[in-house]
Structures are given as structure tokens and as C-alpha cells.
Design a protein around this ligand. Sequence first.
Ligand code: ZN
Length: 153
Amino acid sequence: MKSRTIKYIVVHCTATVSTTAVSTIKNGWKARGWKNPGYHRLIDAQGKAHLLAPYAQVVNGAKGYNQSGIHIAYIGGVVRSMDNRKLVPADTRTLAQRETLNTFLRELHQLYPKAKIVGHRDLSPDLNGDGIIQPGEWTKMCPCYDVKREFKG
Ligand SMILES: [Zn+2]
């Protein structure tokens, strides 16, 4: 496997409800015809980390930031609206997810001290602001919390 230079450690949410199974998320990628997973690590609501790809492998985390990035995600990032008709972005991280996520970020920071730790949305700011929440826009909210503010070394 070709070695690569890691410039970004990118945190994602899956933009699904937090109870979504790992297999469901993987099947979604397959349905899109992806050969690689969307993330290297996927953290479920119980805080368990699922290892989807070695860091040396390129994954489909964020266009333009795959070759240079490591992508980790927590399952969640949306809740059902009161009328149950749509999914609304939200920071749904459980305490266990936060702990696992922060452990990974600390480890990755040691492994790749020069890499920037960012949220997906930090890579693609939303400038259109039309106020309608569509699947394509969840990416812009992803991971639904301020990674840079929360992770301070
Ligand atoms: Zn994302």
C-alpha cells in the first residue's frame, strides 16, 4: 500500500439516528457503489469503535480530503423532528461516544502531530443557507459539533 501524508483528521457524524446499525451504514455505501468505506473508524452509541479500514487505506470521507485524511465518525448526528416527518441535525453524541472519540483524537494527534483536527463541516462551509434540511446538506452540518473548540490538545 502506498504511504500517504496525513494532513487532516476529520470528524464526522453518520447523519443517521444514533441507533442505526453499522451494517445498515455499510450497506448504504455499497448501494452507492463505493468500494471503500466512508470512515476508518465508526463509533456506535455504546462507545464501541468499529475498525472499518487501516489508516494507510484511503476512504470516502470527504471529497478532496481522502488522500490526505483520516476519517472517524460517530453514529448519529440527526434526530426525528416533533412531527416525525424529517431528520434534523443535532449533536447526539452519548457520553461513551465522546470518550471514545476523544481517545481516538488524542491518539491520532500523537501519531500525526502536524495534522489538523477538524469537523467535516469545517472543510466545506455552507454559504447558501436556504434553511431546508436535505440529505445533501447534512454533510455541511456534519459532525454537528465544534470539533476544534472541543479538542484542545
Ligand atoms: Zn461528514
